[in-house]
Design a protein around this ligand. Structure first.
Ligand code: SF4
Ligand code: SF4
Length: 77
């Protein structure tokens, strides 16, 4: 099992929602309470249960390269 997380450069985000559609863990949402510098609602990681695996599907699909993925292998017991 690999644990991961991401950061989103929200000011680069154009609110296209592509990342929210591909995340297999459903931990990406659009932040409808925020407007970024471009005037869009940016994507937001909402992952209180730390479900993100670092699979990078969100980063690959993002047309504006807003997402950076971090991944750590969890040592086997
Ligand atoms: S790295 Fe994978 S699991 Fe994590 S937010 Fe992106 S698509 Fe979802
Ligand atoms: S795919 Fe990229 S530009 Fe589109 S909503 Fe997600 S972070 Fe924003």
């Amino acid at each position: 099992m690999v644990k991961g997380t991401i950061t989103i450069d929200q000011d680069r985000c154009k609110g296209c929602e592509l990342c929210t559609g591909v995340c297999p863990k459903d931990v990406l949402v659009m932040d409808n309470d925020t407007l970024n510098a471009k005037g869009y609602h940016p994507a937001l990681l909402q992952d209180p249960d730390e479900l993100c695996t670092g699979c990078a599907q969100c980063a690959v699909i993002c047309p504006d390269v807003c997402i950076t993925v971090y991944r750590d292998p969890i040592p086997a017991r």
